[in-house]
Design a protein around this ligand. Structure first.
Ligand SMILES: [Zn+2]
Length: 526
């Protein structure tokens, strides 16, 4: 039952795929710079703006915010005399709101929505279009900082070659051999994809943490996954191993995020002393039919609350599986804004529908599947009769509702793409996650705090990010509405400010992404 996905598979590991990635990045650096020629001014001043930041009890109205050398140098409640000289960019913020750029603390930037590695090699034009747009789509929805939970310095270098991209941090991932996520890989592939794999004896937790710290990792990622749904076949790490990992990470001031979406798994995280649970709680072991919070599920959540452990709901993991059945999903204007036309066309094709087609026999009744009626299938999968996914989504929402009511320490993490679903597009998926969180009971203010200050605190980034304060990196958003009052404002951002550089949202749209570039293979230096 491969439907209950909660982190990404290891989709591409072949040398061919890696070569293709490098070639694409080189091409981006050359070509995409044409999209963003304007250099940041020496000083940026945003005047008459309302500052919204989670450390403030009230917004600061009619403020002036000054940025120099990529950082905020002053935040004042009144107008400041302007510096002389022409190299000052002034933005009139009258009737606008200035808030910190969003942090998504659970993404997988090396994966493409709706594609696995073998497809990337078969459909290189589509894959390249998706890769070109990927960092821009995050910015389009206001995500100026990302944390990739399974990455390496090699990928970080590739990411930093994009002409415009959110700031990226990464965790070193520590699966055990044969365990999740590299369950289906050969030993050689596992070693290549997971340089921080825990191997009893030779690669002890302390050595693994030391290696990833040296490599520049911000955090440690571990896994507890015995199988999706009621499947119970994969090996999981021993409790003592993860306790030792946590101890080593704490000594290195690195938070430990642990993949766990089950009652057994989240109890394991609590027993091991992990800092952050990287998923919501939608698999309740031995209680697969329940959707209202059971005594055991409630008990696990109460322990999370008591320990004040960070909690990422990642509601889009399951919703993304469901949404590939929505016949209208790919027609939404928001999708056109962040997905290249060639990719939308491919997603509509039989090849592009592979993930939907693979899941359909499990999620639909035979009669509904055999009807071939897409509208009927979409209605069915959202109904209570839909097996597996319907109750799982309900369980996840019940847990989020409880955690919101009890003021859990939510960290905003979308787990994009989280599965090979084309519905989990970068940036857009984060915004859809916010929408689900609010539907499940979080206030927009809770979402705002989770995606700014709480994420920064939990990841040790408060010196750099998370608030609009002097000394912080100038990753900021100008919006029409107060983001603590409405998440809709992220669907209508006026300006994205990235390290003091002012970006128009329209420039980041897929339709504007270097349409002049012919992405055919012959133009890419392989
Ligand atoms: Zn993940």
């Amino acid at each position: 039952m491969q439907r209950f996905i909660c982190a990404q598979y290891t989709w591409q590991s072949g040398a061919g795929a890696r070569r293709t990635h490098m070639a694409v990045f080189i091409a981006f650096a050359i070509v995409l710079s044409a999209c963003f020629r304007s250099a940041a001014a020496r000083e940026l001043r945003i005047e008459h703006v309302t500052v919204v930041s989670a450390e403030r009890s009230d917004p600061l109205r009619d403020a002036t915010v000054v940025v120099r050398d990529k950082r905020i140098v002053s935040v004042t409640a009144s107008s400041l005399p302007r510096a002389s000289g022409s190299d000052v960019e002034v933005i009139d913020g009258t009737s606008l709101f200035l808030s910190p750029g969003l942090i998504d603390s659970h993404v997988h930037t090396n994966e493409l929505a709706g594609m696995v590695g073998s497809m990337e090699e078969r459909f290189p034009v589509v894959a390249r279009a998706l890769r070109k747009q990927l960092p821009r789509s995050y910015l389009y929805f206001g995500f100026t900082t990302l944390v990739d939970l399974i990455s390496t310095p090699v990928h970080l270098r590739e990411w930093n070659a994009y002409p415009v991209h959110p700031d990226l941090y990464f965790c070193g991932a520590t699966p055990i051999p044969g365990g999740y996520p590299p369950t289906y890989q050969t030993k050689e592939e596992q070693a290549r994809t997971y340089p921080y794999m825990l191997v009893e004896g030779s690669n002890a937790p302390a050595a693994v943490v030391k290696k990833m710290k040296t490599d520049g990792a911000l955090c440690v990622k571990a896994f507890y996954e015995r199988g999706f749904g009621e499947v119970d076949v994969w090996p999981v790490p021993r409790l003592e191993t993860i306790r030792a990992l946590v101890k080593a990470a704490q000594a290195s001031h690195m938070p430990v995020l642990i993949h766990a979406n089950s009652t057994d798994g989240q109890e394991f995280v609590l027993d091991a002393g992990g800092d952050i649970i990287a998923h919501g709680l939608w698999h309740w072991n031995g209680e697969p039919q329940s959707t209202e919070l059971t005594a055991r599920a409630k008990g696990v959540l109460d322990r999370v609350l008591k320990a004040n452990v960070g909690w990422q709901a990642t509601m889009r993991v399951l919703a993304g599986d469901r949404d590939v059945f929505d016949p209208e999903f790919l027609s939404a204007p928001r999708v056109a804004a962040v997905v290249p036309p060639a990719a939308i066309e491919w997603y509509r094709s039989n090849d592009g529908q592979w993930y939907r087609n693979a899941n359909a026999p499990t999620y639909l009744s035979k009669a509904v599947l055999d009807s071939g009626d897409l509208s009927k299938q979409w209605a069915f999968i959202r109904s209570p009769e839909a097996p597996l996914i319907g109750p799982a989504i309900e369980r996840g929402a019940s847990a989020v509702r409880y955690m919101a009511a009890h003021h859990a320490r939510f960290l905003f993490g979308s787990d994009t793409p989280g599965s090979p679903s084309f519905a989990n597009q970068p940036g857009l998926n984060g915004w859809l996650e916010m929408r689900l969180l609010v539907e499940a009971g979080l206030t927009p203010a809770q979402v705002f705090r989770a995606a700014t200050l709480t994420n920064a605190e939990a990841l040790g980034l408060t010196d750099e990010l998370g608030t609009v304060q002097v000394g912080k990196r100038a990753n900021l958003l100008l919006t029409r509405q107060d983001p603590t009052q409405s998440i809709q404002t992220y669907d209508d951002i006026v300006k994205i400010i990235l390290g003091g550089r002012v970006l128009d949202r329209a420039e980041l749209a897929a339709q504007r992404c270097c349409a002049e570039v012919d992405p055919s293979p012959r133009n890419v230096p392989l």
